[in-house]
Design a protein around this ligand. Sequence first.
Ligand code: FAD
Ligand code: DHB
Length: 391
Amino acid sequence: ARTQVAIVGAGPAGLTLGHLLHLQGIDSIIVERSSRDHVEKRLRAGIIEQPGVDLLVAAGLGDRLLREGMVHGGFYLRYDNTTHYLDFHPYTGQHATVYGQHELVKDLIAARIDTGRPLVFEAEVTDISPTGPAAGVRYRTATGEDTIEADFVVGADGFHGAGRAAIPASVRNELIREYPVSWLGILAESTPAAPEGMYCPHPDGLSVHSMRGPRLSRQYLQVPAGTELAEWSDDRIWAELSRRCAASDAAPLETGPIIERSLAPLRSYVAGTMQYERLFLAGDSAHIVPPTGAKGLNLALSDVCVLSHALGAAVNHANTDHLAGYTATALPRVMAAQRFSALLTTTLHALPGDGFTEALRRATLDRWVGSPAAQHELGEVYLGLPFPTAP
Ligand code: FAD
Ligand code: DHB
């Protein structure tokens, strides 16, 4: 087949990009390794910043999100037996919206199908050629192999995809930091611990208490890297969550049936080059943030906002300047989110360190709670820095 933009991956990045291109009259083919059912059920992030919501709404993708999403203005912080609410909304006038990533993916797939443009499931991209007059991808399905020839290829295929691998390691310019911890995440039929998200730093490790509905809690436990789900019975998970979030100013944590569980390692990764020849990376294929601060999905949206404009200028106006400047335009916002995610990660988790490290962590928490200036600073990033605009 032949198209203007071949998009690898039907996650939030690939599907949103496909729609933003469609709105500019640009053809694309989206190729996804997994089945539709699998990607629609894959439970992941759930906090969408204001600029992300604004983008989705402006693109006509936000109807259900506006109806069903829960609007938050900040988060709770509980430590030393005391609960604090950090209300960021007054500083920026913005909100974050809680809406499960898989719900968003369902909406995006439905919108794609409505456009009549191709979206191929159960098709694994095995090879990308970023160079030459036409770029291309080769993919494999249950019935055989096929190829797509395209003016541009976008790797929106996540951290383990083919996109990044097609950029020579020598020009990728990578930075990486691994943390010696993972998050054990659960979805449970229980009332959320607090009205908005809550972080509970504890000497034995962080617990995070979020939600997907009034009677649906999403919670995370800091666990050692390399731990196995089999080591964590329901009782052990609840005991640990309850212990870490206990405070004399709060009711004990409500427990309930656990519907879903997963483990995710914590790492920071950034490719300093998001482009190679006719190949462009967006979302997790270009960068990973540790989940603390909930920035992963939001970065995928800001990347494709920038990239869709640049591709529009190239395809519709023969102006490739914005494409050439893609990395330079997108990367500073990625780094701002990297900094925020790393700061929250190192401040909120119990990590190896000496007594001085520990005391600094504590001083940072006290500063967040005690200083309006610190809250303004945190809130700007938590609720969403503006999406980049090309110079
Ligand atoms: P993805 O959503 O990963 O989409 C990439 C798509 O490409 C996938 O559908 C994949 O199947 C497909 N693909 C991969 N390789 C190929 C190939 N060769 N050919 C064709 N298709 C391919 N963020 C938070 O803020 N909070 C969380 O709680 C949270 N939990 C997470 C849990 C897990 C297990 C993971 C992996 C991520 C989590 N994240 C979380 C991060 C957030 O979900 C991601 O940042 C977000 O999904 C990025 O979107 P994306 O479209 O770039 O990538
Ligand atoms: C959620 C995810 C996060 O990474 C976080 O820091 C807070 C909440 C969530 O999935 O709701």
